[in-house]
Design a protein around this ligand. Structure first.
Ligand code: TYD
Length: 229
C-alpha cells in the first residue's frame, strides 16, 4: 500500500507523561475487546496503576451526543461526515479527559477504539482513503497516538458466528454484510503496516485466556520493560 505522503507519519507521536501510559484496543465486531480491556485493567491495577477506560465515540457529554447521532442514524452519512464526527468526539475526549488524567503519574488510559478504527472503517471500508484520514488527524491533539495498540484480529467467519450467538440489535455499522467486514480487516492490516511498532497483532480466534496471555506479555514489555522471550 502506498501513502501519498509518508512524511506525515513522523507527525504522529505518543504523549510524554512520565510514568503514565496511553493504550488502545481495536478489532471488528466480536473480537472480544470489552473482555480483554477489563482483564488488562484488572492486571494493571493489581500492579499499582490507576486505570481509566474510555470509549470512542463518546466519553464526554458532547461525544456521547455525537455517538447517538452516528450510531442511531437512519440515513447513510457521507463517509467524510462520519470521519469528522468521530474526529470531533476524539478531539474533545483527548483534551477534556485524556491529557488531564495522564498528567497524574501512574495512570493508564485505555481507549476502546481510536485512530485505527477511523483508518479501517472510514478510510477503507467506507472508501474515504487512508491519506484523507491521516491528513485530518495531522493536527494537535489528534496527532497523539497510543504507546501501544492491541489489534484483536479475528476472521469474518468468527465475527459473524459470534454475532449470531449474541443476537443483539444492530446499529449503524453492524447491519452491514460480509464484504464490509473483509474491507475492515484489510483496513486494519494497512494500519498495522503503517504503525508496525505501535500495533501488536493478537490472534483473537484463540480462547480468552490465551488472548490475554499475549496481551500481558506485551504489557510487561511496555510497562515493566520485561521481555519474557
Ligand atoms: P460500539 O458500539 O462502541 O462498537 P463496538 O462495541 O464494536 O466497539 O460502536 C462504535 C462503532 O463506531 C463501531 O461500529 C466502529 C465505529 N467507529 C468508526 O467507524 N470510526 C471510528 O473512528 C470509531 C472510533 C468507531
Amino acid at each position: 500500500m502506498k501513502l501519498k505522503n509518508t512524511e506525515i507519519l513522523n507527525n504522529f507521536r505518543s504523549p510524554a507523561f512520565p510514568g503514565s501510559f496511553f493504550l488502545s484496543f481495536e478489532g471488528i465486531e466480536g473480537a472480544g475487546k470489552s473482555t480483554q480491556i477489563i482483564s488488562a485493567k484488572d492486571y494493571l491495577e493489581s500492579q499499582g496503576f490507576r486505570v481509566l477506560i474510555l470509549r470512542e465515540p463518546g466519553g464526554t457529554p458532547f461525544g456521547e451526543k455525537l455517538r447517538q447521532a452516528i450510531l442511531n442514524s437512519k440515513t447513510e452519512l457521507e463517509p467524510i461526515s462520519e470521519a469528522y464526527l468521530f474526529a470531533s468526539s476524539r478531539a474533545q475526549l483527548l483534551t477534556e479527559v485524556t491529557l488531564k488524567e495522564l498528567n497524574t503519574p501512574g495512570t493508564v488510559i485505555i481507549y476502546d477504539r481510536y485512530i485505527d478504527s477511523s483508518i479501517a472503517y472510514q478510510g477503507i471500508a467506507r472508501g474515504l482513503g487512508i491519506d484523507t484520514v491521516l491528513n485530518m488527524h495531522n493536527v494537535f491533539p489528534l496527532n497523539l497516538i497510543p504507546h501501544k495498540t492491541f489489534y484483536l484480529k479475528i476472521s469474518t467467519e468468527t465475527s459473524l458466528g459470534r454475532q449470531r450467538v449474541r443476537n443483539a440489535p444492530k446499529d449503524y455499522f453492524e447491519s452491514r454484510g460480509k464484504d464490509f467486514y473483509e474491507n475492515l480487516i484489510a483496513g486494519y492490516d494497512m494500519s498495522c503496516e503503517l504503525f508496525p511498532e505501535r500495533i501488536s497483532i493478537i490472534d483473537g480466534n484463540q480462547s480468552l485466556e490465551l488472548v490475554f496471555e499475549d496481551i500481558k506479555e506485551e504489557l510487561n514489555k511496555l510497562i515493566f520493560k520485561k521481555d519474557e522471550q
